[in-house]
Design a protein around this ligand. Sequence first.
Ligand SMILES: [Zn+2]
Length: 338
Amino acid sequence: MNNPNIAIPVRAPAQTGVDDTILPFEINALDLRGRIVRLGPAVDVILSSHDYPLPVAKLLGEAIVLTVMLGSALKFDGRFILQTQSDGPLRMLVVDFTSPGTVRACARFDAERIASAIALGEAEPGRLLGQGHLAMTIDQGPDMSRYQGLVPLEGKGLEHAAHEYFSRSEQIPTRVRLAVAEEFRGGENGGRRRWRAGGILLQFLPKAADRARQADLNPGDAPPGTEPHLYPEDEAWVEGRSLVATVDDIELIDPDLSSERLAYRLFHDRGVRVFRSAPVQAQCSCSRRNVESMLRSFPPEDRNDMVEDGKITVTCEFCSSTYMFEPHEIDAPDAALS
Ligand SMILES: [Zn+2]
């Protein structure tokens, strides 16, 4: 990397921001790597297709940014699924990222408890989620084993859970910032609100692994009075995480601030290199064909229970697409198999 014979072109950061992109970057002088995610239409399509209460939509938006940030780092074709399961009013968030860059997402919640949390001013992310866990699953296809990482949700938000995951399971010093907001655009018919979201991930990956060590977790079984091991944090990491801590939400979602300019603004003193950005789009993987085979897999009596007004109607929880079938279409032999 430091071979002086290889000229690295130096140019000014792009002025124009491009929505729905993932921008990887590195700061060699500090052994830092990261990515900036900026979502416009992709997050708007997903959140607008549901009629979720505002704090639910916002939290799902954060989960989408986090999933895109982590899923796009996979070095192989596959799916990355982020799922929360917890006892708060927001019972479940599911975000599903398929390489190289499609995402879908949905939430399950208790509408009454959400409404009363909003009324009581208790709708911040940690309280909506409550206690439970966050699971991250990597699925490389039917013949491959699935990998799952779990981290407890302890009444705190998704950023906290991500830090815990990387510190406990991966032992990589990591900082994540996530932001979601609605932007109002005027225009004909009074204009409309559009969702925007963004985030930054920064990781400390020194060549000498012991530079990344962090203070031990409190050993629960140690005799009372035992001093915990405290390692001083590496100065390069302290500098990196302090810089990320200065990022405002608006910088992550501002359509007039490009991801490159944000990276430059934060790290230009140390020299930041950006890589080619990758696109991401909202896309569901449901289809009439898949819904039909799911219905065929149910016992006939269960299918009969689903008939309303002479039809079976199935709505995709992810994208709200509706599929309608006449019962005889499902009962008849599968045309595609005969
Ligand atoms: Zn769908």
